[in-house]
Design a protein around this ligand. Structure first.
Ligand code: NAD
Ligand code: WQD
Length: 354
């Protein structure tokens, strides 16, 4: 029998791609999501692509009884990949206690329920945001995992706290294993154009916004600051294709299940930084016209450079991001062109026929 993996937040952007990769790798998958920022249509798209469908529970990770029911129903659960969280950096400064309740409280509830049911492997969605402004530390750009952490917003602090909670729980329970995966900037969609990012509210990340400009849902992109210390004045990020990122979870899960490494942090990035202007240009080339932009002030809390040193994950997980930036742009374009309303519309016949 295939091992069963519980994926919290599995109908969300990264969770749906990871669910797809888990199914392709032969795992059985149980998804828990409260659909606060996603829709069940993601499950149909997963099935369209791979012919398999995860079991789905509409449940909230902060609800102890709901999680208990899921674990009781699926005694075969062997490991958990934990995505469910609130993730809007700006909003986290407006309603911080809600972020602590859902992100930190939800994780404590999850870990306690796993513990009760003897499930000892957890892969956690951390973020490069835990590093804060790494330019403050000499020799830490690009950023290795031993860079001191120091997030600059409540969202980032929830990730830092959760890392500590998982670390402490693994220390107290040596048979436990935790992968703290620090993602850099996930982007892109499935090359079929069938699956992609579909936040329910207004997006705030660069790539989904570029996609909306390309399909006319927005007039222009605002470039946040051209006075950074980079070659063109705009900030540098490490954009990683969401499929490479999803595969990083399978590699981490396999590592936990086979080698029992205890708790360990791994950067998931490409190691290559790109500026905002480079991304606007690259996506404009894909779309075939210059996308309009306007230069505005820096966004509060943004830092100059978030680029990973990914060698620890390369060596220890046998994983490497391989999909080029141009493909991030091409796949995003195919996704937004074919699904301008995201999952709120059915995929077209052409799309289904490939
Ligand atoms: P997403 O919003 O698309 O996915 C999160 C999912 O969790 C959604 O489907 C949402 O409905 C669900 N959810 C939220 N609260 C829940 C709750 N209380 N109970 C059950 N389900 C709940 O976001 P994403 O971009 O796929 O991010 C997934 C994870 O990766 C998050 O933990 C996020 O913090 C982390 N992360 C994301 C990025 C990024 O840029 N997208 C970068 C670093 C880390
Ligand atoms: C990328 C670059 C912006 C929008 C955030 C979170 C981080 C992680 C990933 C969850 C920056 C610039 C953006 C726009 C712009 N998420 N930009 N105009 O800020 O690197 O990271 O998402 O963990 O925690 O902070 O990503 O896509 O918002 O921005 O010029 O309209 O694009 O200034 O340089 P960011 P992003």
């Amino acid at each position: 029998m295939s091992p069963t993996v519980l994926v919290t937040g599995g109908t969300g952007y990264i969770g749906s791609f990871t669910t797809l990769e888990l199914l392709l790798a032969g795992y059985d998958v149980v998804v828990v999501d409260n659909l606060s920022n996603s829709s069940e249509e993601a499950l149909n798209r997963i099935e369209l692509i791979c012919g398999k469908r995860p079991t789905f529970h509409n449940a909230d990770v902060t609800d102890p009884a709901a999680l208990e029911e899921v674990f009781a129903k699926h005694p075969g659960i062997d490991s958990v990949v934990h995505f469910a969280a609130l993730k809007a950096v700006g909003e986290s400064s407006e309603i911080p206690t809600e972020y602590y309740r859902v992100n930190v409280g939800g994780t404590i509830n999850l870990v306690a329920t796993m513990h009760k049911h003897g499930v000892k492997n957890i892969v956690f969605s951390s973020s490069a945001t835990v590093y804060g402004d790494a330019t403050k530390h000499e020799g830490m750009i690009p950023i290795p995992e031993n860079c001191p952490i120091g997030p600059t917003n409540p969202y980032g602090r929830t990730k830092m706290m959760i890392e500590s909670i998982i670390q402490d729980h693994c220390d107290a329970n040596p048979e436990w294993n935790g992968a703290l995966l620090r993602y850099f900037n996930p982007a892109g969609a499935h090359p079929t154009g069938v699956m992609g990012e579909d936040p329910l509210g207004a997006p705030f990340n660069l790539f989904p916004l570029l996609g909306q400009v390309a399909v006319g849902r927005r007039d222009k992109i605002k470039v946040f600051g051209v006075d950074y210390d980079s070659h063109d004045g705009t900030a540098i990020r490490d954009y990683i294709h969401v499929i490479d990122l999803a595969k990083g979870h399978i590699a981490a899960l396999d590592k936990l299940r086979k080698d029992h490494p205890g708790c360990r942090a791994w950067n998931l990035g490409t190691g290559k930084g790109s500026t905002v202007f480079e991304m606007v240009k690259a996506f404009s080339q894909t779309v075939g016209r210059d996308l309009p932009y306007e230069v505005v002030e820096r966004r509060k809390g943004d830092v100059l450079n978030l680029t990973a040193v990914p060698t620890r994950a390369n060596k220890e997980l046998g994983w490497k991001a391989t999909i080029p930036l141009q493909q991030i742009c091409d796949d995003l374009w195919k996704w937004v062109k074919n699904n301008p309303e995201g999952y709120r519309m059915q995929p077209t016949k052409e799309l289904l026929d490939g």
